[in-house]
Design a protein around this ligand. Structure first.
Ligand code: AOF
Ligand code: ZN
Length: 443
């Protein structure tokens, strides 16, 4: 490769580095996406990006690329989207080879929020005599790694609630029918969200109603000639299908359901409560991982023995678990126990009762940096109204379902006064064919 003659600005180089970083989309977790461009004599001599955690960092890839093309990085300027690391993790620190290579200037986009590195990488380079500037296209460079930035500080995943609904906020008819609400472009966008997520979470009602597979479908980009979706011995490139997390407090997931039986079953975790019948838990454990999570609060004081779970009853069977003495959202059938008097606070208990905070901490400790919550309405409400969601991605189709019993994108108890409505910030609207896409942050 010969240096390109056309003069480019620093911003142009950083944009190129950003483009390179994005090649790691869905592949680098729990590491960030990072891109780097080496510039010398007015032209690019090397490019690199971080391919996967455990693999070389972007800066090292760029240095190797330059050398492989017969260029000497000495006196070159390194444009990198993230502050170079300075500690030994899965790989050695990048600051050393940058200094050793004789690079004279580092232009960085974002500071690394990793407490091990934050600002230290810059200092180290400066004290070795390199010129360092940072903050070029900072918003783009930071925004690229929103999930990593959150996880590396809080050690819980960034939670995004995703829902596709009609204009009147419905996700399914009263009978649970929910196919084809949004168009092809919106569905492709949603699929790409899954590709970027470490884990997808949904509630048992959705499993019972739809038997979804939740796998990423579509072509992965090639990584060094290998398909990234395939584990390649020794390469560190592993199956990047997101993990599937099912909130299923009473272990009702049918043993024949796709999440339990398909080829990605080893990536499924069923989260049950301590009240789940042992037999069901044991049966599920033979097929997938089962996590027993603590209950959310003390108000849910019901002995499991009072509620016989009748095994896998297939789709839309009446629910047999304590919290669903309320109407089963998908079945439209009242459980016989709904006739028993319960104080309203008990009746309105969200369906899982599982401590979601505990779950987020557990997932975070397992390197889940991003969690895509895909409902249904009760689960979405638990995260949104429980203050545990950071982002929403809502698709709106130009359709109206109506119906007092049709299913809402966000159900739960709702807030008690309109002044308590969840406010969204960083609101962006985008048109996808006839559908509208809203992405926003919870304030
Ligand atoms: C960089 N360039 O391309 C990446 C960086 O375990 P390791 O050795 O892969 O280090 C992971 C940490 O390094 C990660 O938490 C983040 O702070 C930084 N990632 N740094 O200079 C890169 N991926
Ligand atoms: Zn590094």
């Amino acid at each position: 490769m010969h240096p390109i003659a056309r003069t480019r600005s620093d911003e142009d180089y950083m944009r190129l580095a950003l483009g390179l970083a994005r090649r790691g989309y869905g592949l680098t977790s729990p590491n960030p996406m990072v891109g780097a461009v080496l510039v010398k004599g007015g032209g690019i001599i090397g490019r690199g990006w971080h391919h996967y955690a455990g693999g070389p960092h972007a800066e090292i890839e760029a240095i190797h690329d330059a050398e492989a093309r017969g260029h000497n990085p000495k006196q070159a300027t390194l444009f990198v989207t993230l502050e170079p690391c300075c500690t030994h993790g899965r790989t050695p620190p990048c600051t050393d080879p940058i200094i050793r290579a004789g690079i004279k200037k580092v232009v960085a986009g974002a500071t690394d929020p990793n407490p091990l590195h934050r600002g230290k990488g810059f200092k180290l380079l400066q004290s070795a005599g390199l010129k360092v500037t940072f903050g070029l296209l900072a918003d783009e460079c930071q925004g690229l790694n929103e999930a990593f930035n959150h996880w590396i500080v809080h050690r819980t995943p960034l939670v995004t609630v995703k829902a596709a609904m009609t204009l009147d906020g419905k996700i399914a008819t009263a009978s649970g029918e929910s196919k084809w609400i949004t168009g092809e472009k919106a569905r492709a966008f949603a699929m790409n969200l899954r590709r970027g997520a470490d884990a997808i979470l949904l509630g048992i009602n959705t499993v019972l109603a739809d038997d979804p597979s939740l796998t990423f479908r579509g072509q992965r980009s090639e990584v060094r000639g290998q398909k990234a979706g395939v584990r390649v011995q020794g390469s560190g490139v592993e199956d990047r299908q997101p993990r599937r997390i099912v909130l299923d407090s009473m272990a009702r997931t049918p043993l024949q359901s796709k999440v339990v039986t398909d080829s990605s079953a080893e990536r499924t975790t069923i989260v049950v409560s301590p009240l789940a019948p042992k037999k069901r838990v044991v049966a599920l454990e033979k097929k997938v991982r089962v996590l027993v999570a603590p209950l959310q609060g003390a108000e849910f004081k019901v002995q499991s023995s009072r509620f016989k779970v009748q095994g896998s009853r297939g789709r839309r069977s009446p629910v047999q678990h304590p919290a669903s003495r309320i109407q089963h959202p998908k079945s439209g059938i009242h459980h016989p126990l709904s006739a028993i008097h319960h104080p309203p606070s008990t009746i309105r208990e969200p369906p899982s009762g599982i401590s979601l905070l505990w779950l987020l901490k557990t997932l975070g400790s397992e390197n889940v940096t991003s969690l895509l919550v895909e409902g249904g309405g009760e689960v979405n409400a638990s995260f949104l109204l429980g203050g545990l969601a950071h982002r929403v991605v809502f698709f709106y189709a130009p359709k109206v379902l109506g119906g007092r019993d049709s299913l809402r994108a966000v159900a739960g108890q709702g807030v008690s006064g309109s002044e308590q409505a969840l406010n969204l910030s960083e609101v962006q609207w985008r048109r996808l064919e006839d559908d509208w896409l809203l992405t926003a942050r919870l304030q």
